[in-house]
Design a protein around this ligand. Structure first.
Ligand SMILES: O=C(O)CCC(=O)C(=O)O
Ligand SMILES: [Fe+2]
Length: 359
């Protein structure tokens, strides 16, 4: 497998200060004081003790991020060794899980005569500008997948815990960027290789190549997949944010719930004050596809439990030019698995290997 990397901004940018509802960047104490002391003062952080409390929390969060990789790999290893699935078969993608309409769309997209307009005719709905909705899974599969996820939740197996800066693990970062939290990370549970990767490569990519060719849709070569759950006792909603993705797949798996529509604004570069949001219903068994940088959120549910499968799909060829999180040329840091989907250009990789050999 190709080697994937993260951008070093993961350790410095988009850190959320819960107490002040402020998103910050932390490079050094000096820089931090210079950039944020006045803002923090105006938000009530006036004494030196309060300031020290803030920098302590930042350090904890940075530490959590530094450890995330090792912890995640450890959890995946323990899950593999100790967790017994309830429905073993749901880990292996089969065409019988898929809605016939979706299989048709894929077949069409793979055909020689496929065009954007032709595919649009097959898609049930463009729910908001460039947000497409269509059936993807059969109901029986959605039910079994939820049963499997609940079984995992109730098991002793280790799970990614919420970080210190949020309730159930959802941190909203600068520009609304969404941080990983108390979601089930599907690579830790063993869904990547035989489910999400074939879903992306064999089924979704032919479609995204037609719908999103301008934002990497033809070249989606990695992903980060997880599930989100909203419950009256846990998280109810998700604030306005953008994803660390070129194209996002969002599937409504169930169970029963009321409200909880999604809303879409504009691309992230457009200020919120100039944005008009469109509400989009999301139906169980259906998929929504949208651009990762298209700002969106989820409205609160008012009853029931809402489970969604989210796949942030990445195109290294696209993001290698500009990190979608910090907006700069990515500063690559070594990581594991698909990391954040950056790859090293061949000339740099050669230089890197030479450097390693010499040291
Ligand atoms: O709850 C939803 O449907 C939206 C989830 C989402 O946008 C995300 O996890 O990035
Ligand atoms: Fe999102």
């Amino acid at each position: 497998m190709e080697r994937f990397y993260s951008c070093s901004c993961y350790f410095t940018d988009n850190i959320f200060l819960e107490d002040y509802k402020l998103h910050i960047r932390f490079i050094s104490e000096n820089q931090f004081r210079k950039n944020y002391q006045n803002i923090l003062r105006s938000l009530g952080c006036v004494s030196e003790d309060q300031f020290r409390d803030v920098t302590g929390k930042i350090q904890t969060e940075v530490e959590r991020r530094r450890n995330h990789l090792v912890n995640s790999a450890e959890r995946a290893a323990v899950v593999k060794e100790t967790y017994t699935p309830l429905h073993q078969h749901v880990y292996h993608l089969q065409e019988s899980f898929l809605a016939p309409e979706f299989v048709e769309m894929v077949k069409y997209s793979n055909s020689r005569e496929a065009t954007f307009e032709g595919l649009l005719k097959l898609i049930q709905k463009e729910a908001a500008p460039r947000v497409f909705r269509f059936p993807i899974f059969r109901k029986e599969f959605c039910n079994e997948l939820i049963e499997e996820l609940e079984h995992f939740e109730q098991s002793e197996a280790p799970k990614g815990r919420p970080n210190t800066m949020n309730n159930y693990g959802v941190t909203f970062c600068l520009n609304g960027h969404r941080e990983e939290g108390y979601n089930i990370l599907l690579n830790e549970l063993g869904f990547d290789e035989s489910f999400i990767t074939p879903l992306r490569e064999m089924y979704l990519r032919p479609i995204t190549a037609l719908l999103y060719s301008d934002c990497g849709g033809s070249w989606l070569d990695s992903h980060k997949a997880f599930t989100v759950k909203y419950d009256l006792k846990e998280d109810l909603e998700l604030s306005y944010h953008y994803d660390n993705a070129e194209v996002t797949l969002n599937v409504s798996l169930g169970k029963e719930f009321t409200d909880g529509n999604l809303f879409f604004g504009d691309m992230r570069q457009v200020p919120v004050s100039e944005t008009e949001c469109v509400e989009v219903e999301h139906h169980v068994t259906e998929a929504l596809l949208h651009r990762g940088q298209h700002m969106h959120g989820a409205l609160p549910i008012s009853s029931g439990t809402r489970w969604n499968l989210i796949v942030w799909m990445r195109a290294s060829s696209h993001r290698n030019k500009l990190c979608p999180m910090c907006g700069k040329t990515p500063a690559l840091v070594e990581s594991d698995g698909f990391s954040d989907g950056f790859t090293m250009p061949p000339e740099d990789a050669t230089a890197h290997n030479v450097a390693c050999l010499l040291t």
